[in-house]
Write a protein that binds this ligand. Structure first.
Ligand code: C2E
Ligand code: MG
Ligand code: MG
Ligand code: MG
Length: 286
């Protein structure tokens, strides 16, 4: 009957809710151990300079290699880390690891390489964050100019009167700043003008429609024009197809990142690509 059917749905809902809560508790408890047990790992995704046809940077993307649950992606555990305060230790681990890897690559002779690290909203509202970055830089000896901190547009806009002075402290360390997922965070242009940033990262949702949707094409083109007028470089994330690369290049986009050139790679895989340096641009751009 309909009633029995309704009950089943509620039971199913309860079961899946319980499974969710159980997973959450498990992630929360085990994340505390994950750092000590060496289960966190950074993948690196190449960023291609369209003017020069070579890889000039990588974005570090966090993975948790769980012995039973397999690879856990950041969207599943970063929000939990933020809620529980573990994000501080996670960010410190990520920064240390990225700077250590960057230093190793720099010393092995790989030139012109920037490493971008994602920073949570919690961190850019934490007065102690600049000293954490400073500690990682001095502990590893990594050149600050080669470290880029990605701050999402929505977290940068959460509390701009606090974030702007903090960004200035970070800039004083010599690091680069970029605004991640740009275009989705209801930007306040007044604040955007005041952010001491170097780069805009066009959100993937526009990039993925740039060749198929007139509005997305117009937005992408307007953001690139605005970024350039503000003296910022513009990178497109989640660039998957040749048509997207060509369209972005035609509009003056400086850099692209995405599956078209490479998925996120382990440090070892990435190193091979970095040694080659040059990548094959689409024929239309050669
Ligand atoms: P994000 O910084 O916007 O990173 C882009 C996401 O798109 C990554 O997902 C990447 O693997 C994926 N991606 C790259 N190229 C393509 C493509 O061509 N097509 C598609 N469909 N996807 C692509 P991932 O690695 O799962 O990371 C998700 C989000 O988690 C990141 O979004 C970032 O906000 C956050 N995150 C990653 N690592 C860290 C970290 O170390 N700390 C913090 N706080 N957040 C992190
Ligand atoms: Mg990012
Ligand atoms: Mg992004
Ligand atoms: Mg994104």
């Amino acid at each position: 009957s309909a009633k029995a059917h309704g009950c089943n749905i509620i039971q199913l809902y309860n079961a899946s809710l319980r499974a969710n809560i159980e997973e959450r508790i498990r992630i929360e408890t085990e994340l505390r151990q994950a750092i000590k047990r060496n289960q966190l790992q950074l993948y690196y995704q190449p960023q291609v300079d369209l003017h020069r046809g070579c890889v000039t940077g990588v974005e570090a993307l966090l993975r948790w290699q769980h012995p039973e649950l397999g690879t856990i992606l950041p969207n599943r555990f970063i929000p939990i880390a933020e809620d529980t305060g573990l994000i501080r230790q996670v960010t410190e681990w990520v920064l240390q690891e990225a700077c250590k890897q960057g230093k190793t690559w720099q010393e092995s002779g790989i030139e012109m390489l920037q490493i971008a690290v994602n920073i949570s909203a919690k961190q850019i509202n934490d007065v102690a964050f600049p000293s954490l970055v400073s500690r990682c830089l001095s502990a590893t000896g990594f050149d600050p100019e080669r470290l880029e901190l990605e701050i999402t547009e929505s977290s940068a806009m959460e509390n701009p009167d606090f974030t702007i002075p903090l960004m200035h402290l970070l800039k004083a360390l010599g690091v680069k700043l970029s605004i991640d997922d740009f275009g989705t965070g209801y930007s306040n242009m007044y604040y955007l003008k005041s952010f001491p940033v170097d780069k805009l990262k066009l959100d993937g949702s526009f990039v993925q429609e740039v060749t198929t949707d007139k509005c997305s094409h117009a937005i992408v083109s307007a953001i690139i024009t605005m970024g350039q007028a503000l003296g910022l470089s513009v990178i497109a994330e989640m660039t998957e197809t040749e048509d997207q690369v060509v369209t972005l290049a035609e509009q003056g986009c400086d850099l692209v990142q995405g599956f078209y050139f490479s998925k996120p790679l382990t440090a070892l895989e990435c190193e091979k690509l970095l040694w080659k340096g040059a990548v094959a641009l689409p024929k239309a751009l050669q």
